[in-house]
Design a protein around this ligand. Structure first.
Ligand SMILES: Cc1cc2nc3c(=O)[nH]c(=O)nc-3n(C[C@H](O)[C@H](O)[C@H](O)COP(=O)(O)OP(=O)(O)OC[C@H]3O[C@@H](n4cnc5c(N)ncnc54)[C@H](O)[C@@H]3O)c2cc1C
Length: 303
């Protein structure tokens, strides 16, 4: 690379409107608020710039990680090596209502999508209101709430491969299953068309308010990554943790929420190591007391 660093090479190839940074702190970009920096951080302003960046990474064997709003992530304290791509620029955050369709960029916040549908008198997207992610993360995780999964509200998905090529597929061909969309494991969602059904805005508003109340009365208000463990077949993970007497159990600045046993909260300057140690202690104690092995739902990434 003629003496240029990867950072310099990427900076020189992308347009001025795209952000490129070195050692970008990531903790503040996650809801749990822990973890180290990104070695190189890119916020592309267009699909063309994203394609250039991905081709450069592929040609130089640079690992790429795509960050949504960091609400299902636990980033280790050493941070993420290689390139972290964030689609939070204006271009990727757009939401356009066209008839019954909402054309959304991957960076659009789910709350804003739900609000746009409500304002346009479209029902069916209320469940997105309280999920603190963006469209890309919701597609990848096939996030769901109140009985609906993201993929059920989607018409089609636009995504990019590591060679920069763009493809668009109907939702039915995305092979999405419970909390996963494997097609997006090695590709990046660029956006999606979601669908609503005409309804009275007041009805939609009242359903959203009902969903919001249900959440605020059952979930903690501290920083967290949502439900930490998958629900085992036997019973909900939160109930298991509670029955094992682990609510309030603490390692450093991380503790098991008193409000919901499946939430690990950062209530005092936790590190990722605190959270990981607490997860392991909770799993080991639940296994010892009940014989049930809990699996982690949140993605743990980085060094
Ligand atoms: C308080 C709280 C409540 C929650 N409630 C729910 C809930 O009710 N239901 C639910 O399902 N989840 C819930 N979650 C978890 C989380 O909000 C969802 O999993 C959400 O979909 C993650 O989106 P994100 O944008 O934050 O993705 P991130 O956490 O940033 O990333 C998650 C995964 O998606 C990948 N990704 C992100 N963007 C893209 C993209 N453009 N293309 C391809 N891959 C991408 C990342 O690489 C990573 O693998 C909750 C979390 C919190 C903190």
């Amino acid at each position: 690379m003629s003496g240029q660093t990867y950072f310099e090479a990427l900076r020189s190839q992308l347009s001025e409107a795209s952000r490129v940074a070195e050692n970008e702190p990531l903790a503040k970009r996650t809801t749990l608020g822990v973890g180290g920096p990104a070695e190189i951080f890119i916020e592309p302003s267009s699909e063309a710039d994203l394609a250039i960046a991905l081709r450069h990474c592929a040609a130089n064997d640079l690992p790429v990680f795509v960050l949504g709003r960091g609400s299902n992530l636990l980033i280790r304290d050493g941070g993420i090596r290689g390139v972290v791509v964030s689609l939070q620029s204006e271009f990727f955050s757009r939401i356009e209502v066209r008839g019954r369709e909402l054309h959304c960029g991957a960076g659009a916040r789910l709350k804003h999508v739900a609000n746009a549908a409500r304002d346009a008198g479209l029902a069916g997207l209320e469940f997105l209101e309280g999920i603190p992610g963006c469209v890309g993360g919701a597609l990848r995780m096939n996030a769901g709430a109140m009985g609906t999964m993201t993929i059920e509200a989607v018409e089609r998905v636009r995504f990019m491969g590591s060679d920069g090529r763009v493809e668009e597929r109907p939702a039915a061909e995305m092979a999405a299953v419970y909390r996963s969309c494997p097609v997006l494991r090695d590709t990046i969602a660029l956006g999606a068309v979601l669908r609503g059904e005409p309804a009275e805005p007041e009805e939609v508003r009242s359903r959203m308010e009902d969903f919001r109340m249900r959440r605020t009365s059952t979930q903690p208000h501290y920083r967290s990554a949502g439900c930490m463990f998958k629900n085992p077949a036997e019973k909900p993970a939160g109930q298991l943790v509670d029955e094992c007497g682990l609510k309030g159990h603490r390692v450093g600045g991380a503790s098991v929420s008193h409000v919901h046993g499946n939430f690990i909260i950062n209530d005092g300057g936790a590190t990722a190591s605190d959270v990981i140690a607490l997860i392991e202690q909770v799993r080991a104690l639940v296994l010892k007391k009940t014989g049930i092995e809990m699996q982690i739902e949140v993605q743990i990434v980085g060094e």
